[in-house]
Design a protein around this ligand. Sequence first.
Ligand SMILES: Cc1cc2nc3c(=O)[nH]c(=O)nc-3n(C[C@H](O)[C@H](O)[C@H](O)COP(=O)(O)OP(=O)(O)OC[C@H]3O[C@@H](n4cnc5c(N)ncnc54)[C@H](O)[C@@H]3O)c2cc1C
Ligand code: SF4
Length: 507
Amino acid sequence: MSKNLVVILGDQLSQNISSMDNFDIKNDTVLMMEVANEIEYVNHHKKKLVLIFSAMRHFANELREKKINVIYVEFDKSKKTFTEELENQCKKNKPDLIKITHPGEFRVLNEIKNWKDKLKIPVTILEDTRFFCEIKEFENWALSKNNLLMESFYQLMRKKFKILVDSEGKPLGGKWNYDVKNRKSLPKNHPKIPLPIKHEPDDITKNVISLVQKNFSNHYGSLDSFWFATSRKDALKSLDDFISNRLKYFGPYEDSMSSEEKFLYHSTLSVYLNIGLLEPREVISRVLEQKDIPIESLEGFVRQIIGWREYVRGIYWHLMPKYSESNFFDAKNNLPDFFWTSDTDMNCMKNCLQQTNDEAYAHHIQRLMVIGNFSLIAGLDPKKVCEWYLSVYADAFEWVELPNTHGMILFADGGILGSKPYAASGNYINKMSDYCKNCKYDVKEKNGKNACPFNYLYWNFFLKNESKIKDNPRLWTVFSNIKKMSKDKKQLIQSDSEKFLSKTIPK
Ligand SMILES: Cc1cc2nc3c(=O)[nH]c(=O)nc-3n(C[C@H](O)[C@H](O)[C@H](O)COP(=O)(O)OP(=O)(O)OC[C@H]3O[C@@H](n4cnc5c(N)ncnc54)[C@H](O)[C@@H]3O)c2cc1C
Ligand code: SF4
């Protein structure tokens, strides 16, 4: 009987993971490892470290309860890489075969591909079947298309899995996409929105919090009031809570922002989906079972999971490693210090950054239209921005972070993922949030020392990059306004931007 060593990574915490298929309880062993390199390769938020380690430890206990033999390697500075630790374990256990589910990062895949030669043991890498779309299937779709925009991929997934379609394969409600109904700002006297449930840390989580406090106090972010679920049982409670308390209004207020409401009607489920405590299929089927949910909420939510989430993963594996190397606008600026300290007079940025520091969470529009928009129009270096996003959010894994950051917000891929750069002036932020009313800057002012920096940086971005994007049909209005702009106005925009950037961007 062959003896398999099944390696389970920190974002594969699902009992249905493909590497556990045909697990032989008498002969096989699961190996889970907390190694230094995975903690230190970027400045991960402390809450992200607690989430992953605690969830791994809970998962190992769940496996043990099922009489599965688990070797769990707890953190110790001397345990550097997966490969080194695996080598130690193979010497002791002498497996015939190593099994692992396809990892979520290119860097880790490369490491795994070297195991066979290094360890002289065969290695099987299995498809990650938690996703709706296999890597190869996405690749075939991508190779058959001239452009890779999300909408046609999303419709394909809806038809294939018969989600929100009628018996003839037509979309329920008559439209594939209700995006136009997802853009309401939160009214002034909107009732308080129920917060996501907070899970009290148990003894396992408390131990991990102490470990992180002791060993990684220099990492980014606050450890106060840790509330994430770290077990499947609690993650399921979070799913119920979202469905009962926030799903109904998810759609209409999806794009809004509020200094009073950190989470609005968002699910906060990405953290659990991305590490395996919840599976996308079960989340979708639970949501579709609900009665009386308006179509703009139902479709809006489904689009995020079977559309965007699957699509960015497909893009990542289809285009890596070259994808991360492009820099369409040749943007080279360093990150301002306030990305780490939240200390800025721009109230929108301060709010979103402080929330990121406190919660290891910001919702999509904060990531996209505030921090992301600023990163784009301030010309920040894509590699540095990607590293920041990968560090600071508890749900950040490269397969999902990179396409969103490199492609969606920075347009560093030159337009593979988005049809135009998501640049916006202060007007957009003012329309969709209450941030501007408490800001030192005046959102109505276009130039001068009181003017909202988003206003002049927005025009400066288009002036600077005119030759690269002026023929984009979706930017026709922008460039026809630029044509009408006086030379003096252009100079004012450029000098305000230079002054702001020279004060803000470290050399
Ligand atoms: C610059 C930038 C970086 C991002 N980095 C990450 C990241 O590292 N990890 C991550 O999971 N998401 C990332 N996103 C996508 C999105 O912002 C988060 O998934 C979402 O904010 C998570 O909060 P939620 O669970 O409350 O989402 P909800 O608003 O409740 O959405 C439901 C679910 O849909 C999925 N989803 C929604 N939008 C996207 C998207 N654009 N791409 C992929 N999945 C999506 C998530 O699984 C999410 O849980 C990023 C977006 C931007 C603009
Ligand atoms: S005025 Fe400008 S900087 Fe201030 S909150 Fe509004 S958009 Fe942000």
